[in-house]
Design a protein around this ligand. Structure first.
Ligand code: LIP
Length: 271
């Protein structure tokens, strides 16, 4: 595959490439975990860690894209962004669920998305997305207009929640945000049958697309956390919105139509 403007790069070709790269990257992450994780640094807080594997996996992904998609833009969690010249930008979280990864919990994933435009979620159009959970052996993928898939099975969001909605959420690395986020959880709970906290936004979103969750909400996600997973939800018939986008911690909500409407009504009233 060579560089070219977004019009010459159909979503399904981008999906196939992203699937191939995600499998290689996820298998590297899993091997490195088995060898023992080493902390490379902390970022926004002592809880916000990056491992050597995060950096190595992102470099693998970036090098594959440099070779196969010369000229495309790149935004990754662990390296400097680069503007592209082709109209396509790759948005990558090499290991989403880094804390789970560091503790040896299986809920971590490689998240790779190709978008038309720059790495601005307010203006990009997602073309293809892949979320690969290597320990669980599950690869979720989507191409715009071609549906969302778990390996060879077509995905659809849940639309019936007779006992209430099974929801998931997450919390930021900054302890000063936790009181506000817990207040939001308290507002939401009357809508929920129960709540889950997976620790990987990409997996949360994949599970909404697969109907394993009825909805997901979280403040403060980075573009690489949700770029691929949001496309999965949309291609599975769901709705993804971001509000408070001018704030430091926009609220992302992803669900089927009815649950999304009920979640948004509560969150809007709670402002
Ligand atoms: C994580 C997200 C998760 C959120 C964590 C963290 P990371 O991304 O996937 O949903 O709750 O605070 O932001 O840092 O593991 O790539």
């Amino acid at each position: 595959m060579t560089g070219g403007n977004a019009n010459l790069r159909d979503p399904q070709s981008l999906q196939e490439l992203a699937v191939d790269i995600a499998r290689e990257a996820g298998d590297l992450a899993r091997r490195r975990r088995a060898e023992g994780v080493s902390l490379a640094a902390t970022k926004s807080s002592v809880a916000d860690i990056v491992t050597e594997a995060d950096r190595e996996v992102e470099e693998l992904i970036r090098e594959r894209l440099r070779v196969e998609c010369a000229g495309d833009g790149f935004l990754g969690e662990e390296s400097e962004p680069s503007d592209g010249t082709t109209g396509v930008t790759w948005v990558v979280d090499p290991i989403d669920g880094t804390v789970n990864y560091a503790y040896g919990l299986p809920l971590y994933s490689v998240s790779i998305a190709a978008v038309a435009g720059s790495a601005d979620p307010e203006s990009w159009q997602a073309l293809a997305g892949v979320v690969y959970a290597p320990v669980l052996g599950e690869l979720f993928s989507a191409a715009r207009g071609s549906g969302a898939w778990l390996d060879g099975t077509r995905l659809a969001v849940n639309t019936e929640t007779p006992a209430g909605a099974l929801l998931s959420t997450g919390f930021g690395y900054d302890p000063s945000t936790h009181d506000g986020d817990l207040a939001t959880v308290r507002q939401i709970m009357p809508l929920a049958r129960d709540l889950r906290r997976m620790g990987s936004a990409a997996i949360d979103l994949s599970y909404v697309a697969a109907g394993r969750l009825d909805g997901y909400f979280e403040r403060g996600l980075k573009p690489w956390d949700f770029a691929a997973g949001a496309l999965l939800v949309e291609e599975a018939g769901g709705v993804v919105t971001r509000s408070d986008t001018a704030s430091a911690r926009p609220m992302l909500v992803a669900a089927g139509n009815q649950v999304h409407a009920r979640l948004s009504a509560i969150l809007d009233n709670g402002k």
